[in-house]
Design a protein around this ligand. Structure first.
Ligand code: ATP
Ligand code: MG
Ligand code: MG
Ligand code: MG
Length: 476
């Protein structure tokens, strides 16, 4: 089942059940406190808080999302993209828990020839919040056996903004990939074998101030209860397409194949190379989608994230043995895989590719000039009969030449040297402290929270970008 088909079935299913189909909002969120759209619910926040009356009682969308906090997982887990699409259905004071659970189960288990996704019931597990007996009752009524329902705590199955306001339990649906992927303890014990595909959030309570770390008082029921759900399109796609991970689906795989072809290495032959090819496939696609939504490479904010993604891709190609430009091959491959769903990536490709190619060339030049400085430092170190490259040298390379520490480490190692990492880290920390103080003063000017303030702290999905931005060396 192609990704486009999974998307189409979703929209048809919820449209047939009275949901207004709402087009994806931009990846660049309207909320100035949020760097990117991180979930399907983001564009609906004003309706979910009740601050703006919802123009429709129920809605559905396939929302483009970026989650930079998942960047380290990319290529290593089967299921984390920096860009992905979240299918959502939403109720604004209309239907609630029983219907939301019913819809999800029906769509997942209805046979493919009847418009559903055709998952076998016995492959699905659900988690519910500890004391959510109501959710338990509805799942049981649909025939989900007791031993495939797990009760989990606050950490994974409770949603709140982190401050007084709406809150409520969640229920999640997982696909069991089978014993070849791990032990059979259910989603509570293993997250490689059991792939989370769909999160159902039941916004039903009004919570008060925190009394402890994750403790807060429930002040009562919300006058209008809401439903917010999110299903990962790429996750369902990889499970339905019978491939191993989301980088092998129809919308992503062509980029991976191009990366493999350029490197002359075979995908599947070596674990580290496979991870690199998956990183390239993910990052190139994310960059394409970000640029299509108007983000351009720069040294701060959204543009910096884009720059990091492009550079990480170049760096992964380099580790795959490709020292020359690769984006002129990779970006068109991603465009062709994405343009059916997002025609603008094609119509706007001239502008997008020009900026992307220029960024790659600049970074390759950076790598080249840094390499010259590093080679000299290596020679000097060796001449002095030392085995360790000095911390300040690594810092100079990072700071002045934009040379990622990982590359310094790699080249030093090839020359038989180590690097004084402690001294380097001390200098980095010092620099970050200064940059943070600077970012703080900028942050206050950005803090026009408006109607979004109640939803500012969307748990892990909140923009923690300024700390993140200082962390360039850890991700490049
Ligand atoms: P995980 O635990 O696997 O990281 P999550 O709990 O962070 O997922 P949610 O915030 O519940 O994810 O988002 C709703 C759904 O969106 C998930 O059930 C999943 O299908 C999908 N999803 C979340 N993050 C990603 C990602 N980085 N790449 C692809 N799909 C994702
Ligand atoms: Mg996550
Ligand atoms: Mg999860
Ligand atoms: Mg989840």
């Amino acid at each position: 089942m192609q990704t486009a088909d999974i998307r189409g079935r979703w929209l048809d299913f919820f449209a047939d059940r009275g949901h207004t189909v709402v087009p994806s909002a931009s990846l660049v969120s309207d909320d100035p406190t949020l760097l990117f759209t991180v979930a399907g619910m983001v564009p609906f926040v004003p309706y979910l808080t009740g601050l703006v009356p919802a123009p429709y009682p129920r809605a559905t969308s396939v929302q483009k999302c970026i989650r930079t906090n998942d960047i380290e997982e990319v290529g290593k887990t089967p299921r984390h993209g920096t860009f992905f699409q979240m299918n959502g259905n939403f109720s604004f004071g209309d239907y609630f828990k029983e219907e939301a659970i019913g819809f999800a189960w029906e769509l997942l288990t209805t046979p493919e020839n009847q418009g559903g996704y055709g998952f076998r019931e016995s492959d699905l597990w659900v988690t519910i919040y500890l004391d959510d007996d109501e959710a338990h009752r509805y799942w049981r009524a649909l025939g989900v056996p007791e031993n495939r329902i797990q009760r989990l705590g606050m950490e994974s199955n409770y949603w709140s903004t982190g401050q007084p306001g709406p809150a409520g339990p969640c229920s999640e649906i997982f696909f069991d990939r089978g014993p070849a992927y791990g032990a059979d303890g259910g989603p509570a014990t293993d997250d490689d074998r059991y792939v989370e595909i769909w999160n159902l959030v039941f916004m039903q309570y009004l919570r008060g101030e925190s009394t402890g770390k994750s403790d807060f008082q429930i002040l009562g029921d919300l006058p209008k209860k809401n439903i917010d759900t999110g299903m990962g399109l790429e996750r369902v796609a990889f499970l339905k397409q019978g491939v191993e991970n989301m980088y092998e689906i129809d919308q992503v795989r062509p980029v991976l194949d191009r990366a493999a072809a350029l490197s002359g290495r075979r995908y599947g032959a070596n674990h580290d190379d496979d991870v690199r090819m998956r990183i390239v496939a993910d990052h190139v696609r994310s960059s394409l989608m970000l640029m299509s939504d108007g983000v351009m490479p720069s040294n701060e904010g959204r543009g910096y994230i884009l720059r990091r993604l492009l550079r990480r891709s170049v760096r992964a190609m380099r580790l795959l043995g490709v020292d020359t430009v690769s984006l002129p091959e990779l970006l068109p491959a991603s465009r062709d895989a994405m343009s059916a769903a997002y025609p603008e990536v094609k119509s706007d490709f001239g502008r997008i590719s020009q900026a992307a190619f220029a960024e790659e060339e600049t970074f390759l030049r950076t790598l080249a000039s840094g390499s010259a400085v590093l080679d000299l430092a290596v020679a000097k170190t060796k001449k002095a009969n030392k085995t360790e490259l000095a911390g300040p040298t690594a810092f100079l390379l990072h700071d002045t030449y934009g040379f990622p520490i990982e590359i310094t480490l790699e080249i030093a190692e090839e020359a038989g040297l180590s690097v004084n990492r402690d001294a380097f880290d001390v200098l980095m920390t010092k620099q970050r402290t200064m940059a943070k103080a600077d970012a703080k003063s900028k942050k206050t000017t950005l803090a026009d929270l408006g109607v979004y303030s109640a939803f500012r702290a969307l748990g892990e999905t909140v923009f923690t970008g300024y700390d993140d931005l200082q962390n360039e060396s850890s991700v490049l």
